[in-house]
Design a protein around this ligand. Structure first.
Ligand code: BGC
Length: 479
């Protein structure tokens, strides 16, 4: 299992380290925090498409969706209360993110050696997707339970991932950064040596101590993060999660069964289609795990954004052709519906290897220690706010904007609406403003911004307290 390498960031300082079984297992256990997040995302859509659940808790929606297919299909599930059932969870998550900063992605990035940070961090996203797929499979199974109480099993099984993370959090060790910050220097050295699989940890340890000293001089991280020198990180902490959610991915994750029912699938076929998208998202995440530390973050962002854009436009057009403005379903053949599902899968796959995992990885690796928890709180709360927003408005928006809703999402992905091959807003943003962060030790990330064509204006030489700026010029000249 252990693979020895010397990490080179392109000249200058090198941090020795290898993938040890200990760091692998630790990251695996920590990643399981994603399971409950994923399970919650995947479970509500399936439950709200079950007749027994709808007739009991949302009788008016139940009546509406039992109406025949010549009525407006776009509005079948339009109910404020129904969407609140899904979205309210993310308001709770938003509030708690100010206390917990959502610890998992940062924990993973601090534990992982720089050259494998992407792979290990994406374990979190992998667990999110496994949670979503598990929820989809469970809904598929429980929907057929006679007596109509299957939804109780679906909701009750959320206790399983909750138990896993509770046990996991009891056995996880502290990161070296956290130990140094709390004054446990010898334990920090021992932990660093254990997770890197080498005694030769001097250079990395010195960087961590320098970062910790810098952090101690900052007493108000929440106001400090507004300083000019942190503008690049603050911008990323706000825009990356915002764009991630505005891709529209959660329309599919939350409402896939409802959406498939809207376009003419029966109950069982809708749940089965959600299992298909759930499987695609898990498989797609492996693509990211395998390539993120080789191809880098930017290549995945750019390719994924473009593929999502094309898929959205095709889905919107196929729905427009069949349902038009009236929303009355005529004859949606099996083949036609399968082509829609196919393009939804292209979209989901692209998200799975780009904006999904990178939306957590990049913000977790760019903050210097002194503003890391404030920065991560902002990242998570923006993510949760937009998750809530999409969950809350989608079904109403679908009712009013009809197929045009898919063009709205595509428009966000697009730079100039309907003018291919223009870059997308998100993709253009990444292309111009996000430097490559692959293999750069977190404590040296400031050097990446300092060398960037735009962000360098915000960072002066006095703001750079790590590394050797001359060597850094060589190391980060491609960023
Ligand atoms: C996003 C979630 C999304 C999930 C889908 C995560 O990265 O934050 O909102 O549902 O990916 O896999």
């Amino acid at each position: 299992m252990a693979v020895g390498v010397i990490v080179s960031t392109g000249g200058g300082k090198q941090h020795p380290g290898k993938m040890t079984p200990f760091v692998f297992l630790t990251c695996l256990v920590a990643s399981s925090g994603g399971l409950i997040f994923g399970y919650d995302i995947g479970i509500s859509g399936g439950v709200t498409s079950m007749d027994s659940f709808l007739s009991r808790f949302f009788p008016s929606v139940y009546k509406q969706q039992m109406a025949d297919s010549s009525t407006n299909q776009y509005c079948k599930f339009d109910s404020l209360l129904l969407t609140l059932f899904t979205s309210s969870l993310y308001v709770a998550a938003l509030l708690s993110s100010f206390l917990a900063s959502t610890a998992v992605p940062v924990y993973l990035s601090e534990m992982a050696p720089a050259f494998l940070r992407g792979t290990l961090n994406i374990g979190f996203q992998l667990m999110i997707t496994v949670g979503i797929l598990a929820a989809n499979l469970i809904n598929y199974g429980t929907a057929s339970i006679k007596g109509g109480w299957g939804w109780r099993v679906s909701l009750g099984l959320a206790a399983v991932p909750a138990l896993i993370i509770t046990i996991g959090s009891l056995v996880l060790p502290d990161t070296p950064n956290s130990l140094i910050e709390r004054g446990h220097d010898e334990e920090a050295k021992a932990m660093l040596s254990k997770i890197r699989g080498t005694e030769d940890i001097r250079a990395e340890y010195d960087d961590l101590v320098a970062a910790s000293d810098e952090a101690k001089s900052v007493h108000h991280p929440w106001s400090n993060i507004l300083q000019r020198k942190y503008r690049p990180q603050l911008t990323m902490a706000i825009l990356i999660p915002c764009f991630q959610q505005l891709t529209g991915i959660n329309v599919i994750m939350f409402y896939a069964p409802v959406l498939f029912k809207t376009i003419g699938f029966g109950s069982e076929a809708s749940l089965a289609s959600a299992v298909i998208t759930g499987t695609v998202i898990v498989l797609g995440t492996f693509v990211s795990i395998a390539t993120v530390d080789k191809l880098g973050r930017r290549a995945l962002f750019l390719q994924g954004g473009t593929q999502m854009l094309i898929s959205q436009l095709v889905v919107g057009t196929l729905i427009a052709l069949k349902f038009g403005i009236s929303g009355a379903a005529t004859d949606v053949s099996k083949n036609y519906a399968s082509i829609i599902v196919l393009f939804i899968c292209f979209f989901v796959a692209a998200f799975a290897w780009s904006w999904g995992p990178l939306g957590w990885l990049v913000p977790s690796e760019i903050f210097p220690l002194e503003i890391r928890s404030a920065g991560q709180s902002i990242n998570v709360s923006v993510n949760m706010f937009f998750t809530f927003f999409i969950a809350q408005v989608f079904l109403t928006a679908l009712c009013h904007l009809k197929f045009g809703l898919f063009y709205v999402f595509a428009g966000i992905l697009f730079y100039r609406f309907l003018a291919p091959p223009s870059p997308t807003i998100m993709t253009a943003f990444i292309a111009f403003f996000l430097p490559e962060t692959k293999s750069v030790p977190i404590e040296e990330m400031v050097l990446v911004w300092r060398k960037h064509w735009f962000w360098s204006k915000f960072i002066s030489d006095e703001d750079v307290h790590v590394g050797n700026p001359e060597a850094a010029d060589d190391r980060f000249k491609d960023a």
